[in-house]
Design a protein around this ligand. Structure first.
Ligand SMILES: Cc1cc2nc3c(=O)[nH]c(=O)nc-3n(C[C@H](O)[C@H](O)[C@H](O)COP(=O)(O)OP(=O)(O)OC[C@H]3O[C@@H](n4cnc5c(N)ncnc54)[C@H](O)[C@@H]3O)c2cc1C
Length: 486
C-alpha cells in the first residue's frame, strides 16, 4: 500500500521506502535488520527518544548506576537463532555469563541453584538430583542441536522420544508437572520459580512449559546479560541496521498510518489495541474483531535499587547467580500467583531479581551495586508493591534494607507511559495462555499479516511471543519480503 507523507516525514527523508517499521523495540529492530540485509530500503520510527523499547537501560536512581528499565536476563536472546546469525558483537554486544544462571533461596538458609551442569544443580536438590538430571540432560542436548539447525548447521535431535514426552507434559500445569517429576521441595520450588515466568497460576496450563523451557535453556545456553545494560542489545541492532543503510527516526509517535512516509509495507511493533488505533480503518471488521478480543495478561510492578554493597544473602550461593527467584516453596509461589490471577495483591509476592553489577562493573560505581526486581500484579493495578518486594528480599537476606541508597519504583501506569506496548503493565504483549501462545494475535495461517495487504504486525503479540529474541520481527519481515517480491 502507498500512504501519503506528512511534511514532517518529508523533512526527515526525501524518498520512498520498501518498508517502514513503527517502533524500535527488539522485534521492530530485528524486522528492520532482516529487511535491510535483504537489500530493502527501510526506516524505523520510534516514539521514544532512544531505541530499545523493553530493552532500554538508564541511570534511573543515582548517577553511575545503570538500571535495566525493562528486560534484564536473556536466555532467549542468547539462544535466538536469528541473533546468532547477526554480527552483533562487532556492534558492541558482549554477553556476560554469571557463574550460575539462577539461585532459589529457601527459608532454611540454603538455596537450590541452577548451575550450568545438571550434576552440580542436582547436588543442591537433595533426593531429586537423579530425576532432575534424567529430565534435563536429553532436553538440554537437543535444545543445542535444534538451535544449531535453526541457525543453519544441520544437527538432528538425539532424543526425540524424551523431547516429545517432555513437550506433551509441559502443555500441562506446573504443579502437575513438578509433583509428577520430583518428590522433594527443593526441585519443585526451583521448577515453580521458572514456571511462574508464565504469568499463569501454577495450576493452569501451559505453565509447565515455562518451567521446562527456562530450566533447559539455563543448562543448554546459560542465562546471560549484556555488558553495560540491556540497551546494548538494541544499540547493537540499531548500529548494524545503520551500517546496512537503514534509517532510524526517534521521537516520532505514529498516531495514524497516514503519518507514515511513502512506503510499500508497514510493520507495526505494537500490540493489537494500538494497531486498532493507528490503522483500524484499513482493517476488515473480522480482523479488527479478532484484535478487540485479544487478551492482555497480568502486569508487573518494577523496582530498581541502588545499594552501597551486595545483597547480604543468607545462602551465600546466591552471590554466584545472575538471577535470584524469591518466593520459597512451590506452595508459597503458587499461592502468590493464584492471588494475582484472582485480581489480588499477594502479601508475599513471587519476586524475580537480577544482580548484574556483581559480574559487570560497568553497572555501578566501584563497590556499589544495582538490583533489578519485579513482581506480578493484576493488569492495570495501582497498588504500591515496593514494601512487599523489599520484605521478600529481606526474608532471604536479613539486613538488606540498610544497604539501599536509592530506589525507583514503577507500577503498570508508569510502565505504559514509558512504553505504550506495556498495556496495563503486561510485559509480554498479551496473555500467554494456551490459546494465545499458539494463536497470536488470533488464529490465522500467517499471524504476522493483517487483513490489509502490506500491513504487518511484528511485535511480541505474534508468535513466539514475549521476551527479547527478535523472532517475531524476523518472521514478520520474512512475510513482508515475500509480499515485496510478489
Ligand atoms: C519490566 C520488564 C522486564 C522484562 N524482563 C525481561 C527479561 O528479563 N528477559 C526478556 O527476554 N524479556 C523481558 N521483558 C520482555 C521484553 O522486554 C519484551 O518481550 C520485548 O521488549 C518485546 O519486544 P517488542 O519489540 O515486541 O516490543 P517493545 O520492546 O515493547 O518495543 C516497542 C517499541 O515501539 C514503540 N512504539 C509503540 N507505539 C509506537 C507508536 N505509535 N509510534 C512509534 N513508536 C511506538 C515503543 O516506544 C517501543 O520502543 C521484560 C519487559 C519489561 C517491561
Amino acid at each position: 500500500m502507498e500512504v501519503p507523507r506528512t511534511d514532517r516525514m518529508r523533512a526527515m527523508s526525501g524518498s520512498t521506502y520498501d518498508a517502514v517499521v513503527v517502533g524500535a523495540g527488539p522485534n521492530g529492530l530485528a524486522a528492520a535488520v532482516e529487511l535491510a540485509r535483504n537489500g530493502r530500503r527501510v526506516a524505523v520510527l520510534e516514539a521514544g527518544e532512544r531505541v530499545g523499547g523493553g530493552t532500554r537501560s538508564d541511570e534511573s536512581t543515582l548517577p553511575g548506576f545503570v538500571h535495566d528499565l525493562g528486560s534484564a536476563i536473556h536466555p532467549l536472546g542468547y539462544a535466538s537463532p536469528f541473533f546468532a546469525n547477526l554480527p552483533l558483537q562487532e556492534h558492541g554486544l558482549e554477553w556476560i555469563h554469571p557463574p550460575a544462571p539462577l539461585a532459589h533461596p529457601l527459608d532454611d538458609g540454603t538455596a537450590a541453584v541452577l548451575e550450568r551442569s545438571t550434576a552440580r544443580t542436582g547436588a543442591t536438590l537433595g533426593r531429586d538430583a537423579e530425576a532432575y538430571r534424567r529430565l534435563i540432560d536429553p532436553l538440554a542436548e537437543d535444545a543445542r542441536r535444534i538451535q544449531a539447525t535453526l541457525s543453519g548447521s544441520r544437527s538432528l535431535p538425539r532424543h526425540p522420544l524424551a523431547l516429545a514426552s517432555a513437550g506433551l507434559r509441559s502443555l500441562g500445569s506446573a504443579r502437575g508437572f513438578a509433583e509428577g517429576a520430583f518428590e522433594g521441595e527443593r526441585a519443585r520450588a526451583l521448577f515453580a520459580g521458572n514456571a511462574a515466568h508464565s504469568f499463569l497460576a501454577l495450576e493452569k496450563r501451559p505453565s509447565a512449559l515455562f518451567g521446562v523451557m527456562l530450566g533447559t535453556l539455563g543448562h543448554a545456553f546459560g542465562w546471560p546479560f549484556p555488558r553495560g545494560g540491556s540497551q546494548s542489545i538494541a544499540d547493537a541492532l540499531a548500529s548494524y541496521l545503520l551500517s546496512l543503510g537503514g534509517e532510524i527516526f526517534t521521537g516520532v509517535r505514529v498516531r495514524s498510518v497516514e503519518e507514515v512516509p511513502k512506503t510499500r509495507t508497514v510493520l507495526f511493533d505494537v500490540t493489537p489495541r494500538q494497531l486498532l488505533d493507528i490503522a483500524g480503518e484499513h482493517l476488515t471488521e473480522r480482523y479488527a474483531g479478532g484484535l478487540k478480543r485479544y487478551r492482555y495478561g497480568p502486569g508487573v510492578f518494577k523496582l530498581d535499587l541502588a545499594l552501597d554493597a551486595p545483597i547480604p544473602w543468607e545462602a551465600q550461593e546466591c552471590l554466584r547467580a545472575g538471577t535470584v527467584h524469591l518466593g520459597g516453596t512451590l506452595e508459597d509461589i503458587s499461592a502468590g500467583e493464584a492471588a494475582v490471577a484472582r485480581g489480588e495483591h499477594p502479601e508475599r509476592p513471587f519476586v524475580l531479581l537480577a544482580q548484574q553489577s556483581l559480574f559487570d562493573p560497568t553497572r555501578a560505581p566501584e563497590g556499589k551495586h544495582t538490583v533489578w526486581a519485579y513482581c506480578h500484579v493484576p493488569n492495570g493495578s495501582t497498588f504500591d508493591m515496593t514494601g512487599r518486594i523489599e520484605a521478600q528480599i529481606e526474608r532471604f537476606a536479613p539486613g538488606f534494607g540498610d544497604r539501599i541508597l536509592a530506589r525507583s519504583a514503577w507500577g503498570p501506569a508508569d510502565l505504559e507511559r514509558w512504553n505504550p506496548n506495556l498495556v496495563g503493565g503486561d510485559i509480554n504483549g498479551g496473555f500467554m495462555n494456551v490459546r494465545q501462545l499458539f494463536a497470536r494475535p488470533m488464529f490465522r495461517p500467517n499471524p504476522y499479516s493483517t487483513s490489509a495487504p502490506g500491513l504487518y504486525l511484528c511485535s511480541s503479540s505474534t508468535p513466539p511471543g514475549g521476551a527479547v529474541h527478535g523472532l517475531c520481527g524476523f518472521m514478520a519481515a520474512r512475510s513482508a519480503l515475500r509480499y515485496l517480491k510478489a
